[in-house]
Design a protein around this ligand. Structure first.
Ligand SMILES: Nc1ncnc2c1ncn2[C@@H]1O[C@H](COP(=O)(O)OP(=O)(O)OP(=O)(O)O)[C@@H](O)[C@H]1O
Ligand SMILES: [Mg+2]
Length: 362
């Protein structure tokens, strides 16, 4: 992908005509906000992936793809040529209740921290990595806190990818009871992004519900192929430049844009070869997710020793020592210290063994 995206702007040519000329004013080196909307399957997510790729290759931006689409599209970064070659390091965040096999580093979502934005080039979270939607929201909450920490080191640019932003807002309404605070929160996050050296690309099918609210804070409003349904009044200016027929028949590799400085134009981009196609199996990416059984349970130290004895060979054992070691080194905390038989949360135990000894005990 040598030049995966090309932009052209509309120039007036004399009194009556207009022409498109190559636009070289965009260097993809500033933390800008890209709002992309268009019909289902019009190539919105693919365009965001290409933008993320360009920011990462030109500025060494860290790609943060946390607000994933339900089908796990964000996981396709694992087959990006730079990840496959080892030039980029990828990290996948997940829940302690889901075990994951993937060709990248793994981390429990609650351990995601500022240093990861420097250590990794792509950081992914996908719905498949969580036991349920509430847990995924919990993970997003934690990640947002890390990324938006006003005291964090912003020395490296971040490209934040928010897929299907509108559905994300709507699904959060279920949690937040009303729409207004969720939208307000999203707008606040977008507005703050540039101060955190963060470019943002987000896509949505719902032009009317999102565009009017976020139009003023987007540097680029990008139109992909439109579909039936009225374009909100605030965006209808685009028809002064491109006619209805053009806007309803844009190819998947084409888009039209309006920039905050009044420039209007169009662009063409290459299909991201790593993109996850609808219905494509995640196993194509070499990833497997499995729900851990009963991790909400508690386990006594005696049961834990039995479990370890069943699972480990004799050379590994010294089980009591391992448990007390884990406690001493701060990896594991009993939830009830007073009883003779100490009691732990099974999820904590699994996690402690994974972190301290790199072994799975379940
Ligand atoms: N530049 C391109 N050239 C050729 N094909 C492309 C290009 N961009 C995307 N496609 C193809 O178009 C299809 C739709 O792409 P994509 O998933 O990005 O659309 P979308 O608008 O995000 O869809 P959805 O509304 O379902 O989220 C995919 O099969 C993708 O491979
Ligand atoms: Mg999409």
């Amino acid at each position: 992908m040598r030049d995966p995206i090309k932009l052209y702007v509309v120039k007036s040519a004399g009194l009556f005509g207009r022409k498109l000329v190559p636009y070289r004013g965009e260097k993809f080196d500033k933390p800008k906000i890209w709002l992309v909307f268009g019909a289902r399957g019009s190539g919105k997510s693919s365009l965001l992936e290409v933008l993320a790729h360009v920011y990462a290759t030109k500025n060494r931006a860290c790609i943060v793809d946390l607000f994933g689409a339900r089908d796990g599209e964000s996981l396709a970064w694992l087959r990006h040529p730079n990840v496959k070659s080892g030039a980029w390091k990828a990290l996948l965040l997940h829940s302690p209740r889901i075990s994951v096999k993937a060709p990248c580093d793994l981390k429990l979502y609650e351990d995601f921290c500022e240093e990861d934005l420097f250590k990794y080039d792509v950081i992914i979270s996908a719905p498949q990595g969580y036991a349920d939607f509430d847990e995924e929201l919990e993970a997003l909450k934690h990640a947002t806190k890390v990324i938006y920490n006003p005291r964090r080191n912003t020395g490296r640019m971040v490209f934040l990818l928010m897929r299907e932003a509108a559905s994300w807002v709507y699904s959060r309404i279920r949690v937040a009871a009303t729409q207004a605070p969720v939208k307000a929160q999203l707008i606040h996050l977008l507005r703050e992004a540039r101060h955190m050296n963060m470019a943002v690309g987000f896509d949505t099918q719902r032009a009317s519900s999102m565009a009017s609210d976020v139009r003023d804070i987007s540097d680029y409003i990008v139109f992909k192929k439109l579909t039936h349904g009225r374009l909100p009044e605030s965006l209808r200016f685009i028809f002064e430049y491109f006619d209805l027929d053009t806007m309803y028949n844009l190819g998947v590799d084409t888009f039209v844009f309006a920039k905050d400085d009044g420039k209007v134009g169009c662009g063409i981009f290459e299909k991201p070869a790593w993109h996850l196609e609808t219905g494509e199996a995640l196993s194509n990416l070499g990833i497997e997710f499995k729900e851990e059984p009963g991790l909400d349970e508690v386990i006594t130290s005696r049961e834990l020793v039995q479990l370890i004895m069943q699972r480990m060979d004799i050379r590994e054992i010294a089980a009591y020592r391992k448990i007390s070691n884990l406690e001493k080194r701060g990896f594991l905390k009993p939830i009830d210290n007073k009883k003779r038989d100490r009691v732990y949360r099974l999820a904590d135990v699994v996690r402690a063994f994974r972190e301290a000894y790199k072994i799975d005990i379940l």
